[in-house]
Structure formats: C-alpha cells, structure tokens
Write a protein that binds this ligand. Sequence first.
Ligand SMILES: [Fe+2]
Ligand SMILES: [Fe+2]
Length: 404
Amino acid sequence: MHNTEESNTKQQPQTTSAIQVKKHLKVTEINYRRNKESNYTEKITELEQNFDYGSHKDHYWSDPELSILYGTPLYEVASPSQKIALNHLFWVGGYNLTAASETNTVLYNQITGSVFYSIGGYETLCHELDVETSQERYHIHAFRTVANMTEIAVLGDVITGNPLTGSAFKAMQGGMIGRLSPGVMRHLFSFSWGSTPFLASQYYALRFIANMILKLTEHSRSQYFRDLEKKNEFIPAPAAISHYHFLDESFHTTTSQVIAQDLYKDFPRPTAYERFMANLAIYMMQLTILNGLSAAAVASFYPDKLFVMPLVYKMLRSPLFGMSTQEALSWIEKCFCHEHEGLHLNLKYHQQLFSSLCQFFDKLDYTWSINREMRVMAAGTSISKTIQDNTKFFDKFSKSVACI
Ligand SMILES: [Fe+2]
Ligand SMILES: [Fe+2]
C-alpha cells in the first residue's frame, strides 16, 4: 500500500519532467527541421558517384597524423608515397568501422523508435530517427564504395574491410555496439532496448559514445576541408565526404544527447532490472572498445591484437611495402612492442574523449560510479600495459604467421 508521503515523492519528478518535456521537444523540433533542410547526404552521394582513386591519390585526405603507423619508427623511414597511402588507409580503416557501426545504428534506431512511437507524443523524434536511418544507409554505401576502390588501388585487394572476418553479418558484429559482448548477451541487449521506454532511451547513451569516438577524428577532417576551401586548393573527395558526414552526424549527436540526457526523465524511474541492464551495457562498452590504446592508429582504443596488428601485417606483406614474412614481423615488433611518439599522441586523443564522456555521464542519474567516472576506460590507458599486452600477443601472432 502507498502512503501519502510516498505518493508525494512520486509526484515531485513529474513537475520537473513537464518542463524537460517542453525543452527537449523543442530541441528535437529544431534539429529535425534543420536536418530535413540540409543537403549534406546528397553531397556525399554525389561525391561517391564521381569518385575514382586516380584523381585523388596524390593528396593527403586529412592531417598526416591521421595515418596508420603515424609516430612509429616505420613511419619515419616510409617514402613520401607510402606515407600518403598510409593516410588513405587510415581513412579506409576508420570508415569501414564507421560503416559497420552505422549498420548497427540502422537496426537499433528502428527498434527503439518503435518503442517511442507506441507511447505517443514523440512523432517528430520518430521522424528524425527515420531520417537518420535513411542517411546512415547512404553513408554506409559511400564509405564502402570509396574504401573498397581505394584498397584495391593501394593494396591490390580488400583487406581492411574485415581483416579477421568476411561476411556482411560478421561486419555488423564488427560495429561498435556489435563489439559490446558475445552473441547471447548482445541479443539480450537488443531485446531490452526494444522492451521499455527507459531502456530504449538508454541505448542513446551508447550511441553517444560512438558519436564522440567518430568526432575525435572527424572534427579535424572537417577542419582540414575548411582550410583547403579557404585557400582555394584542390579538395580530395574523401576529405569532402568526411566534412559532410561530420555535418550530418552533428544532427545525430544532438538526437543521442537529447534522448540519453533528457527524454528518459519523461518515463517512470528505472526498475532495478532496468538500472542493471543500462549500467551493464555502458560497462561492457568500456570494457570492449575503450579499454586499450592502439600503438598504430590514433583515436583507436581497443586492443591492437583484435584489429590493427593483423591489418598492419597484411599491409606490410602487400605490394605497398612488399616485405617478406620476417621483415614484416620485425617491423611489427618495433612498432607495437616499444614506446614511441605515436603512443603518446594517442594518449592525448584518449584524454580528450575521456573528459567529454565523463562530462556526459555525470549528468545521468542512474549510473554506477564505475560508469559515471569511466573507470574502466581510465584504467585501460597505460603505455606500459599496451606494450606488455602487444608483446604477449606478438609472440603468438608471429608463430601463427610463420606456420602459414
Ligand atoms: Fe553516418
Ligand atoms: Fe549517425
């Protein structure tokens, strides 16, 4: 039985929530209108359709520090044309991962959108989610087209798409949310995000993390575009695609933020189960994609053994570097298992992301302190631990490669 005091405390958040409703509905309204009026997606598609690698191959597509192996001993001795190729391959690797993540987004936008639609009163938000879903499909297509054409031209084959996997289904698991957890648990998350309004909103806290990771590099790519434009210089198509994608994604980031920080307060306070699932998802996200520091790719924070090291090996064995197995392994050891400038640079990217995520999670009132303070992410940032882990994996990796 409820007593009067309990009912009063329950009444209290309703008033605050009424104000929140107005505020976030307004933000969503403006965001939706601006997104509908923009033509960035159309520009991306146009750039994709006219793309041929030959016309863009002699130019950097971003600042040089956004290049695979930047800051490593191998980068120092690479030729000018190899350096440009490493810059292009970083674009390819990053946007293949973005395409995989956006494949997840397409699915979860629809799952969560149907929860908001069924409650009623969130029609504009649902329309915005539909627009975003459609934009992601065009983004994915453009990224894959440019990435595949570039890889075939630079490496003679498509290897960065999924260095460890092959099928489209696996590509989906490769996205940021897809890396969240092993199969069964991921299905549980998918189910829960479609089950209650609170959990549907909470998905957007994870989507916000993915938005912020992309912004780490895309903001500088967009700045690179603006600088070239100002100087009236040639703008490589992939740099322009990044710029327009950055602009499209700024609408999506607003949506993630509004839902994750404000909209959830419209709904009943989370039950113990909802709180647990929400926190488990954030914790798993920290553990799987934010728990490391890549030695060869800035703004990448999952262990090198899962993605970057096998990819670099294939690049060194390709016609771009033309190395023997032994040469390739010896360079991998130098670049992944010793301290160098690239690791220190990546640490700066890590700190930037860490502080923006702490600011974001501090505003959510249901988080465990391990999530509010991003403690798993903080613990994963150690150059010495990265070197230790990479050395351990390198032993296994070199043996497996030598057997082929
Ligand atoms: Fe996108
Ligand atoms: Fe997006």
